[in-house]
Design a protein around this ligand. Structure first.
Ligand SMILES: Nc1ncnc2c1ncn2[C@@H]1O[C@H](COP(=O)(O)OP(=O)(O)O)[C@@H](O)[C@H]1O
Ligand SMILES: [Mg+2]
Length: 269
């Protein structure tokens, strides 16, 4: 698998973005978390949502998939304004989306194949033997052939994340949202996840939204980038534009660690 990043322009043949967020606001109680968020996710690309801890990345993902209700603003999916759709139409749209939660959020009491087959089981449209077959196919897709009967605690963190990705693909989504899929993983496991995200994008033509605070992950797989800071979008663009950003906060975020070390001010120690 190559790690070549295709430019964002490769995916913008469609004039309508897959997701368009316009002046979206979200509050937890009285606390204003997402502030006038506006950005687009092009069809068929990988869009990275970057930002430090507590900048609102997970909240934004949950909002995209309907787990959080906006207080003002709009989310458009495939050219449809969710505010103007019935609950039944929302459900239909959300069925085309899947989320891979941070750390996988797998069921500890189920085996690998039972976790992957769970969305199919929930739909109750297939006999158990078919669900198992499909789960094994999905596990193979994430290079976990032979792991079907392992329990979750027998799997490493990287394997658990791949099981979570296989589970997300059980519902054949058009859009997949990843929340920090590589955090806490060693570099080898991280590379496998990055390869997998790219493979899904290229082979299955899914549109991905990748939340991460790890620049290395974002740069490896993403074609477009947004940067969140304290609940606001402070950047939207491609990799070159991000690297060339003059925003001091973004510059601090993207500078290499060695430079961060060299620029420590002794007076601040
Ligand atoms: N359920 C919640 N109730 C209240 N505040 C929350 C809740 N979840 C997150 N927050 C707050 O919202 C802000 C954004 O959190 P989050 O979206 O998890 O950030 P990130 O994913 O970028 O680390 C943080 O200040 C966090 O403390
Ligand atoms: Mg988070």
């Amino acid at each position: 698998m190559t790690t070549m990043n295709l430019p964002a322009s490769s995916f913008t043949d469609s004039p309508i973005p897959m997701i368009s967020v316009r002046k979206a606001n979200f509050f937890y109680g009285d606390i204003h978390i997402l502030k006038n968020i506006t950005f687009n996710v092009p069809v068929g690309g990988v869009t990275a949502i970057l930002g430090a801890s507590a900048s609102g990345k997970t909240t934004l993902l949950r909002t995209l998939i309907g787990l959080n209700q906006l207080r003002g603003g709009e989310i458009w999916i495939k050219g449809q304004n969710l505010n103007e759709l019935s609950e039944a139409r929302h459900q239909r749209i959300w069925k085309q989306m899947a989320i891979v939660f941070q750390h996988g959020a797998l069921f500890d009491s189920l085996t690998a194949w039972e976790n992957v087959g769970f969305p199919l089981y929930e739909r109750r449209s297939l006999p158990m033997s078919e669900i198992r077959k499909e789960a094994e196919r999905l596990l193979e897709m994430v290079d976990l052939q032979g792991a079907a009967d392992l329990t979750i605690d027998q799997c490493s963190g990287g394997m658990q994340m791949r099981i979570a990705i296989a589970r997300a693909f059980a519902s054949s989504p058009e859009i997949i949202l990843y929340d920090e899929p590589t955090s806490g993983l060693d570099p080898i496991a991280r590379d496998l996840i990055c390869d997998l995200i790219q493979k899904q994008q290229i082979q299955q033509k899914v549109t991905s939204v990748l939340v991460t605070h790890q620049l290395s992950t974002a740069f490896r797989v993403s074609n477009s980038f947004i940067f969140l800071h304290a609940g606001e979008v402070i950047f939207e663009g491609d990799a070159d534009e991000l690297m060339g950003s003059k925003d001091p906060y973004i510059q601090r975020f993207i500078q290499p660690p060695s430079r961060a070390y060299r620029t420590v001010n002794p007076e601040h120690l």
